[in-house]
Design a protein around this ligand. Structure first.
Ligand code: AMP
Ligand code: AMP
Length: 361
């Protein structure tokens, strides 16, 4: 528990009345900064030179710490600057994409919103599956090796890469052919090819529900739903099947953006139960369980079965569709509640109640 000690030491030097909220400049940073400002916090953006234009054009970051690469957030001087400003970091997809779990846990000694112990559960597909199965969710079948493929599967690479380099296969033969093709197109490398995870392809529509697990209110709040806009899979339908066959098209899943969804109301009770169960299980595997935002990735079939194929125990970029206006938080809070703001509200409430230790790790 070296990290826990370092964080408690940092926090004991913090002026809790003057916290800043900080994050890496990408993914859902605008969402996080806007919410922080609306709840009265100062904001700090750790940003790459080429991206400054974004965080200057939308004046939401009170301060920009410029870096060459995101891993510089691990440098002592950057961490020192963050702590001097009483910064609470809010992790998002770029933390998991550009830093390893070990770096986050062992080398990033800045108080962070969330439960760091769940990072390793999120990073491993095996542990994710164990977590989701224990929560009673329905998961697509997993195939241990290409020889076992007996139906359409989606071949996934390790780590959070927003679907880049994924492909479909329906037999051992097509798997090997497509893996070679992906390597030659430069979408994956040889090392990736040996670490591919094979999952049953669920024929259904995607719906990605977002939740907020509030430690202050002991409740999992339902925050919204999105689907992703992915290239090339969302582009292929624009070409007639005959041309698809002619040019030997195969689908890829690089995420470009997100589209908001409101779900059929009769699906919501199950979605809410799923969020509650995921939270309940997380409390067993890493107390106090999920702190703050999480998201499930699901596909819903024509007989309304909900298959879950992934969990993110942090803010997802899909919540950006709700910035300023999101239907489900509106039902609970009235106008203008969204994930970035909900995070800031939880931090503010924890400060007010003297309970920051429960939400910062
Ligand atoms: P980026 O800094 O844009 O490369 O994003 C960091 C990580 O978050 C990458 O793994 C991205 O694929 C993922 N990501 C970024 N934006 C989105 C999005 N809108 N939906 C899903 N994943 C995303
Ligand atoms: P992921 O990296 O798990 O977020 O997956 C990226 C994209 O691949 C998703 O947004 C879906 O479009 C697609 N996908 C992933 N897993 C499945 C599955 N088991 N069945 C159908 N589509 C999937």
């Amino acid at each position: 528990m070296v990290r826990a000690k370092a964080i408690q030491r940092a926090l004991s030097g913090y002026d809790l009345k003057n916290l800043s909220i900080g994050t890496l400049g990408s993914h859902s940073a605008l969402n996080i900064f806007k919410g922080a400002k609306e709840e009265g916090f100062r904001t700090v953006c750790v940003c790459k030179k080429g991206d400054r234009i974004l965080y200057e054009r939308f004046p939401l970051a009170d301060e920009i710490i410029q870096v060459e690469s995101f891993t510089e957030i691990l440098d002592d001087d950057v961490q020192e600057k963050l702590r001097e400003r009483n910064t609470v970091l809010v992790p998002h997809g770029s933390f998991t994409a550009y830093l390893s779990v070990e770096q986050m846990v062992n080398s990033l000694n800045v108080p962070t919103f969330g439960n760091c112990e769940l990072l390793s559960w999120e990073a491993s597909r095996e542990k994710q599956n164990e977590w989701l199965l224990r929560a009673g969710l329905k998961l697509p079948k997993v195939f241990e090796k290409p020889e076992d493929i007996d139906r359409l599967v989606i071949a996934k690479l390790p780590g959070a890469r927003g679907g880049k380099g994924y492909f479909l296969a329906d037999s051992q033969k097509s798997f090997h052919r497509k893996a070679r093709e992906m390597v030659s197109r430069g979408l994956i490398d040889e090392r990736d090819a040996s670490q591919i995870h094979l999952q049953e392809y669920v024929l259904g529509v995607n719906a990605y529900p977002h939740y907020f697990s509030s430690i202050m209110n002991s409740e999992v709040e339902f925050f919204g739903v999105d689907k992703r806009y992915e290239t090339t899979v969302d582009a292929i339908g624009r070409i007639p099947a005959s041309e698809q066959l002619e040019i030997g098209l195969s689908s890829t899943y690089t995420v470009i953006g997100n589209i908001p969804i409101t779900l059929r109301e009769s699906i919501l009770p199950e979605m809410i139960r799923m969020g509650d169960n995921v939270m309940k299980t997380s409390r067993e595997i890493a107390p106090p369980g999920i702190v703050g935002p999480f998201c499930l990735e699901t596909a819903i079939t024509d007989n309304m079965e909900i298959y879950t194929f992934e969990i993110s125990a942090r803010i997802v970029a899909g919540t950006n569709v709700g910035i300023g206006t999101s239907p489900y938080p509106y039902l609970k809070y009235g106008e203008n509640m969204y994930m970035g703001r909900r995070i800031a509200l939880e931090i503010r409430e924890a400060v007010r109640q003297g309970r920051t230790k429960e939400i910062l790790t």
